[in-house]
Design a protein around this ligand. Structure first.
Ligand SMILES: [Zn+2]
Length: 419
């Protein structure tokens, strides 16, 4: 057998499908899972590196469905672009590593802070030049003047000061989208609603139908996908109307939204981004957002509504995925697994359902449901060996010391290399 074989024995397998943990063994050949078996057969593969898992949990690597590798752990939206591009790129490279260190072997880019950063990072990861998760590269946040992403002060017309890209009108949208397609994006990001931390509140719907329709008609020519910042009910309906399949936040989705999402639950994904709401409401006092202040209280109210909405979505079988908008001072990169705890404690998912949302559903949102997100034959070898049982305690996935082995694409990112 080739030297690129690894056999995990004596492991408890959580395969990502929602099936119960079972004890077994997993054979990896090159970058794929070749065979999965229980304990009754002997998967002895001559020449394979054998790793005795000591009864620990072997599970698929996690997927962050709302990841910004270019958010730089700063305390305001304005400061995302105040970091000079050279330092910013180095920071983003280090962020990619820290996300993989946290057990996330895949991530959906949810917008890039600068025009080409996401594409450059994805390409460098894929080429093996830097270390990071599988990554879908996104555009900047495409927004409207004054909306989320427009961080230029009113008296200075320097687009570089905004982490988003402001457009006005369908032709401006067409030109913008085509430019990003030229850069090689996998996704485009449209900011359809406001956000409490900006002058435009979360329930305001900012982008016009004509602009959205133009963006969608351009991306369909190229077969790429769209995602949207959509907190208001109206903006969620725009996603449904225009076929924007990745819907971020959706806090204020109403009954009509829920009915339509349920009807098309195989098409749409919802990423509520709970960590941003939780931590901005309750964990940002050190950064000028005290919990008893107006801004934090607006987030606390939205969180309450969002939790209620997500409970309803989960009950209806709508796909709700983790990804907390990490990358602010009070939501630093590397803490991404907190979302799974929130799913269990706030939305009422079982720990296994939370794991499925980060594994099986992760493969689906990455566009690779037949090769990513499960421990099954033929799937990519993106695996974690966890010291403990995350079904017993979902929080152990936040403890990096418990992630004994992190394997991505058959390569050990962390952990022993076997005997
Ligand atoms: Zn975001």
């Amino acid at each position: 057998m080739s030297s690129n074989c690894v056999l995990f024995t004596n492991v408890n397998i959580i395969d990502g499908s929602g099936a119960e943990r079972y004890s077994g063994q997993v054979l990896i050949e090159n970058n794929r899972i070749k065979q999965v078996a229980g304990t009754e057969v002997n998967l002895g593969a001559a020449g394979a590196r054998v790793i005795d898992g000591g009864g620990k949990t072997l599970m698929p690597g996690l997927c962050d469905a709302h990841l910004h590798l270019t958010w730089n752990n700063q305390a305001t939206l304005e400061y995302i672009t105040m970091m000079p591009p050279e330092e910013h790129l180095i920071h983003s490279v280090n962020t990619a590593r820290s996300v993989l260190d946290a057990g996330f072997t895949s991530g959906v880019g949810a917008a890039s802070a600068r025009p080409r950063f996401d594409c450059v990072l994805r390409n460098a990861i894929n080429a093996g030049d830097i270390v990071g998760p599988r990554y879908l590269a996104n555009t900047q946040e495409i927004t409207t003047p004054g909306g989320l992403g427009d961080t230029s002060p009113p008296h200075l017309n320097f687009p570089e000061l905004s982490f988003g890209k402001c457009i006005s009108g369908p032709e401006d949208m067409r030109k913008t989208v085509r430019n990003y397609i030229k850069y090689g994006v996998d996704l485009i990001k449209l900011n359809l609603s406001g956000e409490e931390i900006t002058p435009v509140p979360a329930k305001t719907t900012t982008m016009s139908e004509e602009e959205i329709a133009m963006a969608m008609s351009e991306i369909r020519r190229y077969g790429i996908r769209a995602c949207a910042h959509a907190r208001s009910a109206e903006s969620v309906k725009q996603c449904l109307d225009h076929g924007i399949e990745i819907i971020y936040h959706a806090s204020f989705a109403d009954e009509e939204c829920l009915d339509r999402l349920e009807e098309h639950k195989d098409k749409f994904f919802v990423g509520p981004g709970l960590a941003w709401l939780v931590q901005t409401a309750y964990g940002a006092a050190d950064f000028g957002i005290p919990p008893d202040g107006e801004l934090a209280q607006a987030y606390a109210r939205e969180l309450e509504t969002a939790v209620d909405t997500m409970k309803k979505m989960h009950a209806r079988g709508i796909r709700v995925l983790p990804g907390g908008d990490y990358g602010f001072a009070w939501t630093p990169h590397g803490t991404n697994a907190k979302d799974l705890q929130y799913f269990v404690e706030m939305i009422g998912m079982t720990p296994m359902e939370a794991i499925v949302s980060a594994t099986k559903l992760g493969g689906e949102i990455m566009g690779q449901p037949s090769s990513l997100g499960l421990i099954a034959e033929g799937y990519f070898a993106d695996l974690l060996l966890v010291d403990g049982d995350p079904v017993e305690d979902i929080k152990i996935l936040q403890d990096h010391d418990k992630l004994n082995i992190i394997m991505k694409d058959g390569v050990f990112h962390k952990g022993e290399t076997g005997t």
